[in-house]
Design a protein around this ligand. Structure first.
Ligand SMILES: Nc1ncnc2c1ncn2[C@@H]1O[C@H](COP(=O)(O)OP(=O)(O)OP(=O)(O)O)[C@@H](O)[C@H]1O
Ligand SMILES: [Mg+2]
Length: 242
């Protein structure tokens, strides 16, 4: 497939729009953790969010993922205003359009790699079980884990489990893949693999990647870095456009 250069990619429409997101926590006392965060992400863009521990990155990602609905401001994904929608609508939207990769992968240890990857596909109910299985195998192949499809998740190494978790996040072909420190517990070689997978999803499939990361190599390889401090965006960098 022909690669799209980055300037062409950014002329694509915004796939996600955050408008003046404000979030409070009330325990142990009222505390404004996000102070009016606004930004847009384009289709096919690989975005990193960085900032010191406690500045609000995971809180922001949790809102973007539609899991947290207790905030002020507006969240729009694929031209759909998600703010104010019911939990059922959000759950359906998430399963169809969003994929998640976290530092701890939360695979079901007693199930095989394949079964873990199939689960969101079965839940979506768009394809028959046989089709879901075929698609799941294809995603496992994409992350280099097809040979381990029938092994129990608990028998895989951390890096292998992480790749299975990525395959699982991809099974419904989400428009956006979100990660909270997706390389957080991986060694250098496995971090590079995860990075390469994300990079090719953005470049070759025009899928959008939004990752919170403490890994500066990872961030510097992405298209854009948003830097947060104390509940605000304080900077935007384009690491590759120098
Ligand atoms: N459920 C909660 N209740 C109250 N305060 C919270 C809650 N979750 C997070 N916080 C506080 O909100 C702030 C932002 O937390 P958040 O988890 O978003 O930080 P982060 O930028 O992801 O940090 P890290 O890099 O350490 O993961 C922190 O001060 C944290 O203590
Ligand atoms: Mg965090």
């Amino acid at each position: 497939m022909e690669k799209i250069n980055s300037s062409e990619r950014f002329e694509k429409p915004a796939v996600l729009k955050a408008e003046h997101l404000v979030k409070y926590f009330y325990e142990p006392e009222k505390f404004k953790v996000l102070k009016g965060v606004s930004f847009e992400v384009k289709q096919g863009e690989f975005l990193s969010i960085i900032g010191k521990s406690g500045c609000g990155k995971s809180t922001l990602l949790y809102i973007l993922s539609t899991m947290d609905t207790d905030y002020e401001g507006k969240l729009t994904i694929r031209d759909e205003l998600l703010t104010g929608k019911s939990q059922n609508e959000l759950s359906r939207f998430r399963n169809e359009h969003l994929g998640f990769v976290f530092q701890f992968h939360y695979l079901l240890p007693e199930f095989t790699a394949l079964k873990n990857v199939m689960m969101p596909g079965l839940k979506l109910g768009k394809y028959s079980a046989a089709e879901v299985e075929e698609r799941a195998m294809y995603k496992l192949k994409l992350v280099g884990m097809d040979a381990y499809a029938h092994k129990h998740a608990s028998r895989l190494s951390g890096g292998q489990q992480q790749r299975v978790a990525i395959a699982r996040a991809l099974v419904n072909d989400p428009a956006i893949i979100m990660g909270d420190e997706p390389t957080g517990n991986l060694d250098k070689a496995n971090s590079q693999r995860v990075f390469d997978i994300f990079r090719s999803l953005a470049e070759e499939n025009s899928q959008t990647i939004i990752t919170v990361t403490h890994d500066s190599d990872f961030a510097n390889g992405s298209d854009r870095i948003i830097e947060m401090e104390d509940g605000n965006i304080v900077g935007t960098h384009f690491p590759k456009s120098v």
